[in-house]
Structures are given as structure tokens and as C-alpha cells.
Design a protein around this ligand. Sequence first.
Ligand SMILES: O=c1nc[nH]c2c1ncn2[C@H]1C[C@H](O)[C@@H](COP(=O)(O)OP(=O)(O)OP(=O)(O)O)O1
Ligand SMILES: [Mg+2]
Length: 213
Amino acid sequence: MSEDFDPEHVAPQAIRKLTPGKLVIASHNQGKVREIAELLGPHGVEPISAGALGLPEPEETGTTFIANAELKALAAADLSGLPALSDDSGLCVEALRGEPGIFSARWAGSDKDFTVAMRRVWDQILAQGPGAGHDAHFVCALALAWPDGHVEAFEGRVDGRIVWPPRGDKGFGYDPIFVPYGHDVTFAEMDPAAKHAMSHRADAFRQLVAAVF
Ligand SMILES: O=c1nc[nH]c2c1ncn2[C@H]1C[C@H](O)[C@@H](COP(=O)(O)OP(=O)(O)OP(=O)(O)O)O1
Ligand SMILES: [Mg+2]
């Protein structure tokens, strides 16, 4: 091994393993915190939410899901002194050229009203004219950061279609208008376990678990 060998710049062996202990869930969205805690259940870590630690909600200045996930995880790891896991996610509608995308939370406004955001998605699809397709996908970027600034990121996806009117009261966000391909029910009509078996978050989680546990 040469003297200037730097393990941080060797992929993929550079992936750092997460050891059992406290893990900050760097999200202020209770729906996500609940899903992430459920997905982490079998992996021997003790989740603590950013809200419970009184951490601020960072401004999402990135232009990609990965960039926003990394900045949220790094901020929480730095402030807490603990490893932190963040999630940046959103709904991308093909007929809207990927919108709302990274702006999915912002479409719900400062009072986080997803009735308004879902209506806006539907109205904008209709505004494209009768030929507009309803295809859409959710993306989830997960970033795991350490207080020394090391960070790993993983991106997952699930494809489906937008339906109207909204259906179901489980889940959160845009779940009532999203039906994954191969299914007839929305994410908000499914049991959490069924959503966890196929969601964008579960896809990203499988990659994270394979890499860092
Ligand atoms: O499984 C999902 N089912 C339905 N809607 C979803 C899902 N996953 C993301 N979404 C939508 C709603 C959410 O508000 C936005 C993410 O925005 P995003 O900035 O990543 O999260 P956020 O501001 O709600 O919480 P935080 O940044 O503190 O983690 O995309
Ligand atoms: Mg956010």
C-alpha cells in the first residue's frame, strides 16, 4: 500500500459500517420518521428523531434529492455528535416533466396541506390536455452521515400512476393519489407493511442495509 493511500477515495470498499447504538432520524416529517423507524426495526439501532433533539429544519438548497438528503444528514450529525440518517423524497409526474420532484413538500405550503398539493398535481395534469398520461414515480434518497463529515447516500424509486379523487387515510403526503404499478389500491389504502415491501423508501433502505449493516 503506498504512503498516500486514502481509504475515503476507494470505492466501494470505503463504505463505513454503522455499529449498534443511537441513530438520529434527521427528518421533521412524522410520517417519514414513523416509516424509517419501522424499516430500521430489525437492525439493532436506537432511533431518535431530530424533533426530539430540538434540531432545526435545514434549508433545502440542493438541486437533487441526494444533495438535499446529504445536507440534512450532515447538519444533524454535526449538531448532535451522533450518526444521522436523512430522507429526501418526492413525487415526480412524467407529464409535468418530473414536477413537483424536490419541491414536493414545498407544494404543500407552509401549513403542509397535502389536500392542496394533491389538487395542484391533478389540476396541472388536466391542464396538459386530454392526452396527458398519469404515470409518476416516487424517489427517496437516504443519506447516512457521521459527525466527522463522512456521508453515504442511496436512491430508491417506485413507479405507478396518479389517480383522482384521493383514496385512503393511511400513509402521508401524496399517498392517497398514488397507485403503484401492478396494484389497484393507493399507498394510503395499503397496510404499512405492504407499502414497506415496495416503496421508494424501502428500495433505498435495501441498498443502505446491504451497504452499511
Ligand atoms: O412515501 C411517501 N408518500 C407520500 N408522499 C411522499 C412520500 N415520500 C415523500 N413524499 C412527499 C411528501 C413529502 O413532504 C415530500 C418530501 O419532502 P422532503 O423535503 O423530503 O421531506 P419533508 O420536508 O416532508 O421532511 P424533512 O425534510 O424534514 O425530512 O414528498
Ligand atoms: Mg423537507
